[in-house]
Design a protein around this ligand. Structure first.
Ligand code: EPZ
Length: 420
């Protein structure tokens, strides 16, 4: 295990280049199994979740050639298994996408239950509802989920709540089903659209991605493709908040600005100066953040995956702010780590009430999950003195070369092995 050691109190400045989107990559990699010839996937982020999925694809029998750090060529034809065991899944959330991909590929899937960051209950009942509506029998037991169909037939489903994962999994199972499928109350995140464009580049027939109604006309076969993954909306947002939180001046490059609108609006509310260019945004902050009220909801509203980061910024804002997470029931577990640095945050159900303090102080803190870990790094950058952030393993799941990218912005941050 490693930790990040940060000597904070310095304003970030310079340019950071954003990598490919984790949540698009983890959907597109399993989707390659639906093709009948090789796919080349470009702009993959160099993160452990991607490595885990590549390993799982190889264990399923697919061949994966690494072309360079961010490009792989995958030939799904040799894949001869429909089983993703616990070791292959490695407790990550996106392993459940193998359910939809293998069901779509060979009408059969047996996958260890998904893991992922701990925000309380993370059921997959809506995924299973979709598979059953498509004609699959699904057995959901504590140690595996098995789905099997003689034939998948198009259907119309309505998600009980907006679910990124269920939307993705139903798309994967439906693209080669016989007939027409409609997903109502579908998620609209940028990674949903990216997956749809990827599948359509393979010959699928999907319309409406990015709206709450996705329509899929099943096709017989899907062919290989070459596809470049979109930039990561949440990585970009994280560096935008880090720039504002350190009273810095940073150009965040290689982004899709329209994916960042709610983040930009919130940072402007908090007093940041944000300039938007074709493929980059500049964030400048010259004073203490202003308090504001933030509500995290499905896209295009403010992303829940930016909730810990914005709470950290607002912990030193003037006045009292609130951050409400309308997606997850229990995504404030990191607040006790922030409290070690002097933050004054009271959690009341799904809402954090943040009374701004003048400054955070250095401390030894832990990453309790992926985005909370990023927030702890931001807190360390804000605090004068030395902060240590343990459990870098969480952060490495979703942020490529985070220490190196921050060092390029002038941060004093090092990755240090933790000796037992
Ligand atoms: C995806 O998780 C992301 N993970 C999460 O990002 C993100 O927080 C979340 O979407 C919301 O945007 C990946 O893309 C790998 P959901 P997912 O299904 O698909 C409930 C990160 O930091 N629900 O949209 O698991 C669920 O409990 C990660 O990159 C059901 O009740 O989220 C939650 O309250 C963390 N039954 C809400 O819906 C279901 O069958 C939204 O969950 C499915 C979901």
């Amino acid at each position: 295990m490693d930790k990040f050691v940060i000597n904070g109190g310095k304003a970030l400045s310079g340019t950071v280049r954003i990598s490919g989107a984790k949540n698009a990559a983890v959907a597109i990699l399993p989707a390659v199994l639906l093709a009948d010839s090789p796919c080349i996937v470009e702009n993959l982020p160099d993160i452990s979740d991607v490595a885990t999925l590549i390993n799982a694809l190889r264990r399923l029998g697919a061949t994966v050639d690494v072309i360079n750090k961010s490009t792989v060529k995958i030939d799904p034809r040799p894949a001869n298994s429909f089983v993703v065991d616990k070791e292959m899944a490695e407790g990550m959330r996106a392993s459940c996408y193998f359910l939809g991909a293998l069901l779509g590929r060979c009408n059969h899937a047996r996958v260890a239950p998904p893991g992922g960051c701990n925000f309380g209950e993370r059921p997959i009942d809506q995924h299973i509802m979709g598979f059953r509506a498509l004609g699959a029998q699904v057995k959901d037991s504590p140690d595996l989920v098995e789905a099997h169909a003689d034939e998948l037939r198009g259907c119309s489903v309505r998600l009980k709540m907006v679910s990124v994962g269920a939307t993705i999994n139903i798309m994967l199972a439906a693209v080669k089903a016989h007939g027409f499928t409609v997903i109502n109350n579908a998620a609209c995140e940028p990674h949903i659209v990216d997956l749809a464009i990827f599948l359509n580049s393979m010959g699928a027939n999907i319309t409406g991605a990015g709206t709450s109604t996705i329509k899929i006309s099943g096709v017989e076969t899907l062919h290989g493709t070459t596809y470049r993954i979109i930039p990561d909306q949440i990585e970009a947002g994280t560096y935008m908040v880090a720039a504002a939180a350190t009273n810095g001046n940073v150009l965040i490059d290689n982004v899709t600005p329209r994916h960042l609108k709610s983040i930009i609006d919130t940072l402007v509310d908090a007093g940041a100066d944000v300039s938007v260019f074709d493929e980059s945004v500049r964030v400048k902050m010259t004073e203490r953040p202003r308090c504001c009220n933030v509500l995290a909801l499905p896209h295009p509203k403010f992303p829940t995956d930016m909730q810990p980061q914005i709470t950290t910024l607002l912990s030193v804002a003037t006045g009292v702010s609130t951050v409400t997470d309308g997606v997850w029931d229990d995504r404030f577990r990191y607040v006790e780590q922030l409290a070690k640095m002097g933050a004054n945050v009271q959690v009341n159900g799904k809402t954090a009430i943040i009374t701004g303090v003048d400054r955070l102080g250095p401390a030894k803190v832990k990453a309790v999950d992926l985005r909370a870990g990023a927030a702890m790094i931001i807190a360390g950058l804000m605090a004068n003195g030395t902060t240590e952030v343990e459990n870098t393993i969480y952060i490495d799941r979703g942020y490529e070369n985070v220490a190196e990218k921050l060092q390029m912005l002038g941060a004093d941050i090092k990755r240090v092995p933790v000796t037992e």
